[in-house]
Ligand binder design. Structure first.
Ligand code: ARG
Length: 507
């Protein structure tokens, strides 16, 4: 499809401001059947509410029109709306509902509209309410009666559900590629730091030494689950609602399987009421997005913490940081902070969507128009965030000395000493107690457990020999954890090879 959804849709919530102002001035004339004067010196013969105003005695008020219109944001769906309409029209022709000449005209008309939208010449009108009616009215203006026949056996209710699914499917494919690239740079960084030792924390207190590569791969795992969730979501997005019409189906002999095939849908929605009122697919996507942002916010929080000079574990280059307007010395981790903040907004969209659907009676309700802005914003926020972190992760410069110093200060190998005693026959609980006493002693001497001499350590257990210093050393500690999922450099390298195999061919 040549037509691209216009990216201005988000930044210009009211299309055609100039035209709007002019129209407000002329609101007295704004009656049904009156030509609607457009901006850019062109006059398009659109009529206020022309497609449904037949049973109304007066036009809607300007305020109601502005309140109910969605064209300011849903015009972003234009390319997918046209794509869906073309498949619908071809099906109508194939089933004999539409003539060959009409289909011909419709295809020609859409080609012209695609060009108009692509070049920014398309005159979006608030009077036509939403993307669907804007396009249909323009089609009719261009080709006459054939344009009016397009909506046979269809409703905006199944049309909008189809558009959003088509659009979201494309976005999901883009996002899956971005996520895979983010995973790839994490793997690369993990490889550089497969043997870099840092303190692992629990309760934000030094717990046991780990490798930085292992730590980074933890995020790879979170993102891998996100990827799988996204793939699962895609299968439920990729179901065709079209054919459900308003809610009950249609009296025409439509061929839904044909439309599904042409649009690349895996299946056809089985229940017409559900098809027009279901937004689970959008909620599921928002849930995926929320969880991804939760994962990313944890990485952000750690980066911010690690960049604090007290820890100084990592630094980012200047292009990812900003300064302070008052404190000349400042270098702030703005990008991780902002992403942490944006996670709140993506989580909010998920809740917004859930509440939107909660208690909604079947079938379609206008409430559903409110699904678009949170969904659009979720997609935009996610894409921006994934792209920037794919640049930021390779830029993380580790400070292995600072990491090592911190790991060496917290008695991080105390568990290794307890394990050592257990291997010499001491029951684990007794070993735990003996090491706890040794830690108290080390604290008293203001030294790390690993700095005590063999003689000093033997006060707490006679089983301790000179071989103890191998297990108390940071390298010995991490290297010993060499089972699947462990932090040993050799195991991290194996995990890296496996991770690379998992994401192969994804981006
Ligand atoms: N703009 C509407 C939406 O986004 C399209 C469907 C309108 N249907 C209706 N019966 N008013 O949901």
């Amino acid at each position: 499809m040549a037509a691209k959804p216009t990216t201005r849709a988000r930044s210009a919530p009211t299309p055609d401001r100039a035209g709007e102002a002019k129209k407000r001035r002329k609101s007295a004339e704004n009656r049904r059947g009156q030509p609607d004067s457009r901006s850019r010196g062109r006059t398009v013969r659109t009529y206020a509410n022309a497609v449904w105003s037949g049973r109304f005695a007066e036009p809607v008020s300007e305020r109601v029109k502005r309140y109910t219109a969605s064209v300011g944001f849903d015009r972003r769906l234009a390319a997918h709306d046209i794509h869906g309409s073309l498949a619908h029209a071809r099906m109508l022709r194939a089933t004999g509902i539409l003539s060959a000449a009409d289909l011909d005209a419709i295809e020609r008309g859409f080609a012209a509209i695609v060009r108009e939208i692509g070049s920014g010449r398309f005159a979006w009108s608030l009077d036509a309410e939403d993307v669907h009616m804007n396009i249909e009215q323009r089609l009719t203006a261009l080709i006459g009666d054939a344009g009016k026949r397009l909506h046979t056996a269809r409703s905006r209710n199944d049309q909008v559900a189809t558009d959003v699914r088509l659009w979201l499917r494309d976005e999901i494919d883009t996002i899956a590629g971005l996520l895979a690239r983010l995973q790839a740079v994490l793997i690369d960084s993990a490889e550089r730091h497969a043997a870099t030792i840092m303190p692992g924390f629990t309760h934000l207190q030094v717990a046991q030494p780990v490798t930085f590569g292992h730590h980074l791969l933890a995020y790879f795992e979170m993102f891998e689950r996100d990827y799988q969730r996204l793939a699962g979501c895609r299968t439920r997005v990729n179901v065709l609602p079209l054919g459900a019409a308003a809610l009950a189906g249609t009296t025409f002999p439509i061929d839904r399987a044909r439309v599904a095939r042409e649009l690349g849908f895996d299946s056809v929605a089985r229940n017409s009421l559900d098809a027009v009122s279901d937004r689970d697919f959008a909620i599921e996507f928002c849930a995926f997005a929320a969880l991804f942002m939760v994962h990313l916010s944890r990485l952000c929080e750690e980066l911010i913490l690690w960049m604090n000079p007290r820890l100084g574990f990592v630094s980012l280059s200047d292009r990812f940081c900003t300064g302070s307007s008052i404190m000349p010395q400042k270098k702030n981790p703005d990008v991780p902070e902002l992403a942490r903040g944006k996670s709140g907004r993506v989580l909010g969209h998920l809740i917004g969507m859930l509440v939107l659907m909660k208690s909604q009676p079947l079938a379609y309700n206008k409430d559903n128009q409110e699904d678009k802005e949170p969904l659009f914003d979720t997609v935009d926020t996610l894409k921006d965030t994934m792209a920037i972190f794919t640049e930021l992760v390779p830029d993380i410069t580790a400070n292995p000395d600072a990491m090592r110093r911190a790991a060496a200060e917290g008695h991080a190998t105390a568990t290794d000493l307890a394990d050592y005693l257990v291997k010499k026959g001491v029951p684990f609980r007794d070993a735990h107690e003996a090491v706890a006493q040794a830690v108290r002693f080390a604290e008293m001497k203001r030294r790390d457990l690993s700095e005590l001499t063999t003689a000093e350590l033997r006060r707490f257990s006679g089983r301790i020999g000179p071989d103890v210093h191998r297990v108390l050393a940071l390298e010995g500690s991490v290297a010993a954890r060499r089972h699947i999922g462990g932090t040993a450099p050799a195991q991290v390298r194996a995990a890296i090879r496996q991770a690379r195999r998992m994401i192969r061919g994804r981006s």
